[in-house]
Design a protein around this ligand. Structure first.
Ligand code: ADP
Length: 187
């Protein structure tokens, strides 16, 4: 199974990513987790990445690919993946598609976890993880703005390809998982 998860910050991509990867026996590749794992290393690259994450800005494509490129290529070779947080811009989606499509490993489906902004704000404010980008309301607002401006256009991109599945993510995590499984098996 090859899936891409889309959703605003706080929509539940990470939670569902773990469930889906476990269910389908494929790797869960979270761009945010991979980027944060470099930040804690305090390397030069980690410090550069950390500055973008702390401000809630998108990390430039070349840096994102430097960090997650190998994991994605390895997953594409094994034939299955749950991508969480990548692609996040139209240019990332186009690049990923250009690589994956000829190799026959483009996504089978793209799952959009839909939540209103106010729900996302509440969840991020209540998230107890020690993520500094969840602690500052101005950073949260920037991430939401970037989601609308940069990531939402991907809904049309994947919709036109007939692989978009939209899930109401304002439900318990368990109910959201059940809705995803039902939608995928109905396809
Ligand atoms: P959330 O979806 O809650 O914002 P993530 O862990 O997916 O959390 O992302 C955290 C941060 O990592 C983003 O705000 C951004 O700075 C960076 N990031 C993650 N994935 C990408 C990506 N594909 N392109 C650019 N920046 C990214």
């Amino acid at each position: 199974m090859r899936l891409v998860l889309l959703g605003a910050p706080g929509a539940g991509k990470g939670t569902q990513g773990v469930v889906l990867a476990d269910h389908f026996g494929v790797p869960h590749i979270s761009s945010g987790d991979l980027l944060r794992s470099h930040v804690v290393l305090q390397s030069d690259l980690g410090r550069r990445l950390g500055a973008y994450l702390a401000r809630g800005e998108l990390v430039p494509d070349d840096l994102v690919l430097a960090v997650i490129g190998d994991a994605i290529i390895a997953a594409m070779k094994t034939g299955g993946y749950i991508l969480d947080g990548f692609p996040r811009t139209l240019s990332q989606a186009e690049q990923a598609y250009a690589l994956a499509e000829p190799a026959g490993v483009a996504a089978d489906a793209v799952v959009y976890l839909a939540v209103p902004d106010d729900e996302a704000r509440q969840r991020l404010a209540g998230r107890d993880a020690n993520r500094t980008d969840d602690a500052d309301p101005a950073v949260i607002e920037r991430r939401l703005r970037l989601f609308h401006a940069e990531t939402k256009p991907l809904l049309d991109f994947y919709g036109e390809r007939g692989i978009l599945v939209t899930i109401d993510a304002v439900q318990s995590a368990h109910a959201v998982s059940a809705a995803i499984f039902a939608a995928l098996s109905a396809r």
